[in-house]
Ligand binder design. Structure first.
Ligand code: SAM
Ligand code: SF4
Length: 318
């Protein structure tokens, strides 16, 4: 459907949990996280009702995220159900990759075609420092498994951070030479724990082009990434710049949090609680319609250097 600015909204990001098996420094505090009770977190049948209603309104693409979506038992069943909803043409998932090696085959059989794996460094010790709890070997194994299962192109998400991983840009680019991998450099956003790092580590993704002028721009359907490739590479490189070159006028997405609120814009405080309407499909569709129609026009991160939302990324779904 179209919102009041005429943007076509066809993409829903669904956060299944605010829990995570890692604690990335720019996303989640190490301690003191208030855990939501199981009653507060939506059940699969509730998630499915909302995806159904969104599909009636023209949502075609669904991405599951979190927190860490793969810690949710039975996610393959949810994917299978979602794949059978009329109108849903594309299902994807964003994961930290820790549990993916074992789960990839089941997920692919359930209907998942592709994955985005978050990996901000290729070095074992640095990975541990950034994620506090992660084991990079598991992520490498997961990438190999997805390649062997032909779940391609695999998108590798790296939040680009000055003084932390900007020395590894060349190594990331080299991964795209022989594999159907898209490495995506993402600008750090001043949201939640990210605020602590934004001033000292935030950098523009266009720096990648300055350091690597050999990157060739290529055509791609992505609404958010500018896509390039190295000469003769099998894979590609995406640059995602929510700060320096924001893509609000092209934004086609809405978000559903794990507690059942719809967020028409990641950085706005506006949230619509859908739980009261779960037993009334007509009303649910009407409420989602109004939320989408009134989607905020744009965020102001580039001037205000702070997100308007009080929620953190792991509570919204990145
Ligand atoms: N746990 C999964 C993962 O890490 O892929 C999914 C949820 S995580 C919130 C989704 C994405 O948000 C990750 O790629 C992560 O790097 C990104 N992210 C988290 N905080 C961010 C921030 N402040 N700025 C930019 N990206 C951020
Ligand atoms: Fe967890 Fe993903 Fe946030 Fe890292 S970025 S703490 S893996 S939700």
């Amino acid at each position: 459907m179209l919102d009041k600015k005429g943007r076509s909204i066809d993409y829903l990001r669904v956060s299944l949990t605010d829990r995570c098996n890692l604690r990335c420094v720019y996303c989640m505090p190490e301690k003191g996280i208030e855990k939501k009770s199981h009653e507060e977190i939506m059940r699969f049948d509730e998630v499915e009702s909302i995806i159904n209603a969104c599909a009636v309104l023209g949502i075609k693409k669904v991405r599951f995220t979190g927190g860490e979506p793969l810690i949710i038992k039975g996610i393959d069943k949810l994917i299978k159900h979602t794949a059978s909803i009329p109108g849903i043409k594309d299902i994807s998932l964003t994961t930290n990759g820790m549990l993916l090696d074992d789960m990839a085959k089941g997920l692919r059989n359930a209907g998942l075609k592709r994955v985005n794996i978050s990996i901000d460094t290729l070095r074992e010790d640095k990975f541990k420092k950034i994620t506090r709890l992660g084991d990079i070997k598991k992520v490498f194994k997961a990438i190999e498994k997805c390649l062997s299962l032909d779940m391609v192109p695999i998108k590798l998400n790296a939040v680009l951070m000055k003084g932390i991983n900007d020395d590894e840009i060349g190594e990331f680019l080299r991964l795209t030479m022989d594999n159907p991998i898209q490495v995506r450099f993402i600008e750090l956003m001043p949201i939640g724990e990210g605020l602590k790092y934004f001033e000292s580590c935030g950098m523009k993704v266009e720096e990648v082009l300055k350091i690597h002028p050999e990157l060739i721009p290529i055509k791609d359907d992505s609404k958010v990434a500018s896509v390039y490739k190295l000469p003769d590479a099998k894979g590609s490189v995406g640059l995602i710049s929510p700060i320096s070159c924001k893509f609000c006028s092209e934004c086609n997405r809405i978000r559903l949090t794990s507690t059942g609120t719809m967020k028409p814009c990641l950085h706005s405080q506006e949230e619509i609680n859908l739980k009261p309407y779960l037993n009334d499909e007509k009303k649910l569709i009407e409420v989602i319609h109004d939320a989408v129609y009134n989607k905020p026009e744009e965020h102001h991160l580039e001037t205000e250097c702070k997100s308007d939302t009080d929620r953190m990324m792991f509570q919204i779904g990145g």
